[in-house]
Ligand binder design. Sequence first.
Ligand SMILES: *Cc1c(COP(=O)(O)O)cnc(C)c1O
Length: 401
Amino acid sequence: MDHHSAGEVTAPAVSELDPPNRTLMGPGPSDVHPRVRRAMSTPLVGHLDPSFVELMDEVQELLRYTFRTENEWTIPVSGTGSAAMEAAIGNLVEPGETMLVPTNGYFGGRMAEMARRAGGDVVEVDAPWGEPLDPADVESALAAHDPDVFGFVHAETSTGVLQPDVPALTDAAHDHDALVVADTVTSLGGVELRVDEWDIDVAYAGPQKCLSCPPGASPLTLSDEAMEKVLSREEAPRSWYLDLSLLEGYWGDERAYHHTAPITNVYALREALRLVAEEGIESRWRRHERLAGALKAGVVGMGLEMNAPDDYWLPSLNAVRVPDGVDDGEICQTVLDDYDLEIAGGLGDLAGDIFRIGCMGHAASPANVVLTITALGDALATAGADVDPDAGIGAVREALR
Ligand SMILES: *Cc1c(COP(=O)(O)O)cnc(C)c1O
């Protein structure tokens, strides 16, 4: 149609919003709790409204509880998990400084990219995709490179690996005077995480994984020592939007305008964190372990193999080996089409090798586990894979009993 010749402009005809009703068991986002959705439909207030200022304190308090920290510097960063990640790295790493990052998954690579953009030099501690870091390797990398900052991924969503024995890594880093940044995007609110007890200096997360909240406001916490480093930088960080010394004016005592907080997302996060507090953080970790344990039992019961051994299995993200003779992308498409269920394939070094099945937050429920094992067993059997779907379901029932 020619929009220029006629006098009148034609408005695009777009139908009413009607998204499909998916069950989200992929690597995130996860299913949102109805109470969180309701919180998002409450009235908007100004970002300096007295009622909102009070709500900011509550969110900070709930975040401290969820992170298991007393860090004063605990805030939701405007944006997705990557915004909290870039706030952490972009403020902590100064030009010419060195950051040590891992090679054992997709998100270690993103850490490296952000550190470089912050003007830092990147050095690596090697481990294959699908394996955790070996504390001895971290120790020798620290000794060899003397980095200012060491970053690791607590829960690698790309590989389904949980980094065990975090204190071994933080102790080693602190012995070499490096500050520790932990990616806890897929662990916060889902698996055991103790920021203070484990001596993590900076941790960032996302709301749409184990907190079951839409993306938009992302948890970040910094120790006093880390914040001191940030506040005594010689050069301002390259991002104005994520400059923590400026954000301090809003989230600190002053409550002065920096940028408009995503009010509705902060409401959502508050409600999601209230659900965490009601359940109790430790019960929530146990629920994830129990439900993901049932999922794992179903996977193994139907004849499939987990990619990670039990020592570093990540309950919130289950990496399952793709059996011979089937295409992971086709299976994911079939369960989406036939069951409205989202799971994902692998990426990077594990592309084509694994399914990634989340078990996060509100989505970690008996009904979802039964649905997932049913759908996966059905799709794989139909595609001709050597699986026993009924044995899978039997194993789930047994595990849930
Ligand atoms: C999802 C994820 C991120 C990035 O979060 P976004 O919300 O996608 O920006 C970072 N690290 C890990 C481990 C993740 O799973």
